[in-house]
Design a protein around this ligand. Structure first.
Ligand code: NAD
Length: 260
């Protein structure tokens, strides 16, 4: 089944983890991709990995910082100049930030995390939704987190930004449904990517793998999620099959956020 034949998708954070996994899935279903990231090396790796499996894939790379509105405008304009349309948008780039108690979290760190995770998502929607409204169709998936629907602790900036992403998703979803556009969010639990490895290293240092084994004991499925599992969900939510799913947050966490 090729749900993205003839369609154009932008993916931010496409140079690693969940963005790369979603890119692979979308490319396998025929999407033309614009992958955006701060990290050009990561973008090149994503492109090579995808081309190994899908040599006919169309993949453009844009180095941009999602926390800067002018760079967001740049990747949106690049996509229009190159392909003339934007059918789906995985608004996904994000950072975890340093873990600390609220009193020690630090204003600069708070600002840094919010700039990327919340402002970056807002800038992306601002510029992409305008295009989709003119087209009369489109789908957006924003990456929130279980930290956007539950308290996690030691993550003031992350919690504030991801709860903000949930709010933006609901707000834009109800605004843009009338234009044939759906806006949803995903709330991943712990999926084993570079970001989660970094988080486990903050908690456990060199012994981070042992920390990881302890960490997943609290999960009803007793394991981390896999990036490709998120890729499958994102592809479904961005496809026309999910057009009537709007303004919602879909957890993908093995059930952990519902556990007492
Ligand atoms: P990752 O670190 O593997 O990938 C994130 C990518 O975003 C990196 O390639 C990085 O270079 C890029 N990026 C960071 N800041 C950027 C910026 N300012 N502009 C452009 N690109 C930038 O992490 P991941 O796990 O794939 O995370 C992707 C998203 O999923 C993030 O929003 C994260 O908060 C969210 N998330 C991840 C998990 C998880 O368990 N992995 C859980 C919940 C939410």
């Amino acid at each position: 089944m090729k749900r993205f034949e003839g369609k154009v998708s932008i993916i931010t954070g496409g140079g690693s983890g969940l963005g790369r996994a979603a890119a692979k899935q979308l490319a396998s279903e025929g999407a033309k991709l614009v992958l955006v990231d701060l990290n050009m090396k990561g973008l090149e790796e994503s492109k090579q990995e995808i081309l190994q499996d899908i040599p006919e894939a169309t993949i453009e790379l844009v180095e941009a910082n999602v926390a800067k509105e002018e760079e967001v405008e740049k990747y949106v304009q690049f996509t229009l100049d190159t392909f003339g349309q934007i059918d789906s948008f995985f608004n996904n780039a994000g950072i975890e930030g340093k873990q600390n108690l609220t009193e020690d979290y630090g204003i600069e760190e708070f600002q840094r995390v919010v700039d990327v995770n919340l402002n970056g998502v807002f800038y992306g929607m601002k510029h992409v939704l305008k295009v989709m409204k003119e087209q009369g169709h489109g789908s957006v998936v924003n990456t929130a987190s279980v930290g956007g629907i539950r308290g996690v602790g030691n993550q003031s900036g992350y919690a504030a930004s991801k709860h903000g992403v949930v709010g933006l998703t609901k707000n834009s979803g109800i605004e843009y449904g009338q234009f044939g556009i759906s806006v949803k969010a995903i709330a991943p639990g712990a999926i084993l990517t570079a970001m989660v490895e970094g988080s486990l290293r903050q908690m456990g240092g060199e012994d981070w793998e042992a920390t990881g084994r302890e960490f997943v004991k609290a999960n009803p499925m007793l394991r981390f999620g896999k990036p490709e599992e998120v890729g499958y969900l994102v592809a479904f939510l961005l496809s026309n099959q999910a057009d009537f799913i709007n303004a919602v947050v879909v957890p993908i966490d093995g059930g952990q956020s519902y556990k007492y």
